[in-house]
Design a protein around this ligand. Structure first.
Ligand SMILES: Cc1cc2nc3c(=O)[nH]c(=O)nc-3n(C[C@H](O)[C@H](O)[C@H](O)COP(=O)(O)O)c2cc1C
Length: 197
């Protein structure tokens, strides 16, 4: 599989579609190293990867349960447990954050975009190495309290969580055409559909 075929065949696998092993050691370092080639205005390297494995996943579920009980008092214990069950299924979780420098001349949005680009590089690298993954988010990403529990500052952006492991069953996903998303600019406000042939 060449590089382009690899990019074109990447797909996500939900938590219940993943099993062990997840990447570890030097292989994990090499996969995360693809972050360092992400487009990065000002070379700020804003991405941070926070590995959550084993007992730490159980601790994460405990914390999320407490937060959900407090924020959603209408939800029963069973509903909350069912809603969070997928987290305990993850072989490995990599939280991804952008360490934002609010006063830097590079706007915060560009710092966050660089971390997002790093995240996508990592997803592609996981696929290239035969692993499966999915990028999840949720309301905790936007909670100052939760960011602090993750060891982040409130000005940082918590981009989400990469659930990583090995696909239980590898499958292809048919993709829609990019053509309706592509245009040719012909002058002030004049966009025309891009013709590829
Ligand atoms: C920032 C971000 C947050 C996401 N959060 C969720 C999420 O919480 N739940 C979910 O099912 N998919 C979420 N997704 C989408 C999945 O990661 C995935 O892209 C989607 O299921 C489509 O699958 P595909 O990657 O194979 O096209 C998120 C994607 C991004 C970029």
């Amino acid at each position: 599989m060449n590089a382009l075929q690899c990019l074109l065949s990447r797909r996500s696998y939900h938590a219940h579609q993943l099993c062990a092993p997840a990447p570890a050691g030097a292989q994990l370092e090499r996969i995360l190293s693809t972050a360092m080639t992400a487009a990065d205005h000002g070379s700020l390297r804003p991405w941070r990867f926070i590995l959550i494995e084993g007992q730490a996943i159980a601790k994460l579920v405990q914390l999320l349960t407490l937060i959900w009980q407090r924020n959603h008092p209408e939800a029963s214990a069973e509903q909350i447990a069912a809603g969070l069950a997928f987290i305990a299924q993850a072989p490995q979780i990599i939280a991804v954050a952008a360490k934002v420098k609010p006063e830097h001349p590079v706007p915060a949005i560009e710092q966050i975009l660089a971390a997002g680009a790093a995240c996508q590089n990592v997803l592609n690298a996981l696929h290239a190495e035969g692993f499966g993954a999915i990028w999840y988010s949720g309301e905790t990403c936007y909670s100052d309290e939760f960011k602090k529990l993750m060891g982040l500052a409130v000005e940082d952006a918590l981009l989400g969580y990469l659930f990583t492991g090995t696909p239980i069953q590898v499958g292809e996903r048919k993709r829609a055409s990019v053509v309706p998303h592509c245009f040719s600019w012909q002058g002030a406000g004049n966009l025309q559909p891009l013709q590829f042939c």
